[in-house]
Design a protein around this ligand. Structure first.
Ligand code: AMP
Length: 248
């Protein structure tokens, strides 16, 4: 089974997000960037499938600026076989990402595409679903467990109040949720080995995809600041205050 893993370079999850003074977006100047955390989970899943003999080849794809190659390199150090870097400095919306991925899927013919459930920068939660629709493939989103079962996969999905188990036939699209696995750290020898693994450099023109945005960002604003709290003497005063504020 050939597995394709799209990985996005995003603002590191530990970084405090700063909104630009003109509210046009988030300030990305001189901030730490890393692989989208859900994509690390997808990479771990693909590598484990290869270690178990279920996957025969694993490929990472990233669409983004020059530095997105570093994100691919991280996935190679975790165990992915090779990479495809679609270079662009434009902000690429989920639909355009899905169209590029579709073109790559048609070229590479993987049996499975494993994406993160969402990118933590745009929080779109759209790309996997759009890719499945464009390909006409079944999809299992928010995966909590994945088992190969002949020509199908049995996937446990995180839903409100529990786990839903579904079966999808291959080829299929999966999006990963937080509790699927714990991604490994790349060891130094594997980081060195990853330097020799190939990354194909491409552009969106190679796939004939128009990256023109379909959405306009009206504004990005900081969340409202919290107001200072007050101390109460006892539970009775607390209840009285909550009633006064209309909370209870
Ligand atoms: P989103 O729909 O933007 O929340 O992203 C969901 C998933 O799609 C991510 O976790 C990635 O697996 C994939 N993805 C989104 N944008 C990109 C990108 N520029 N390059 C590679 N993969 C991406």
């Amino acid at each position: 089974m050939k597995v394709l893993v799209p990985v996005k370079r995003v603002l590191d999850f530990n970084v405090k997000v700063r909104v630009k003074p003109d509210e046009s977006g988030v300030d990305l100047a001189n901030v730490k960037m890393s692989m989208n955390p859900f994509d690390e989970i997808s990479v771990e899943q693909a590598v484990r499938m290869q270690e178990a003999g279920t996957a025969t080849e694993t490929i990472a794809v990233s669409i983004g600026p020059d530095k997105a190659a570093e994100t691919i390199r991280t996935s190679l150090a975790m165990g992915i076989d090779r990479g495809i870097h679609v270079k662009t400095d434009a902000e690429v919306e989920p639909l355009a990402v899905a169209k590029i991925l579709k073109a790559i899927v048609e070229e590479e013919k993987p049996d499975l595409v494993v994406l993160g459930k969402q990118a933590i920068d745009d929080d779109s939660n759209q790309t996997g679903q759009m890719l499945a629709a464009l390909m006409g493939w079944p999809q299992a989103t928010f995966a909590n467990s994945i088992e190969k079962d002949g020509d199908s996969l049995t996937v446990g999905r995180e839903v409100d109040g529990g786990i839903q188990t579904i079966k999808v036939t291959l080829p299929a699209v999966i999006t990963t949720d937080l509790r699927l696995n714990e991604p490994r750290y790349a060891s130094l020898p594997n980081i060195m080995k990853a330097k020799r693994k190939p990354i194909d450099a491409k552009t969106s023109d190679d796939y004939g995809v128009d990256l023109t945005p379909r959405l306009t960002t009206v504004k990005v604003a900081e969340p409202a600041g919290r107001t200072a709290g007050v101390k109460v003497a006892d539970a009775a005063e607390l209840v009285a205050k909550l009633k006064e504020e209309g909370v209870i």
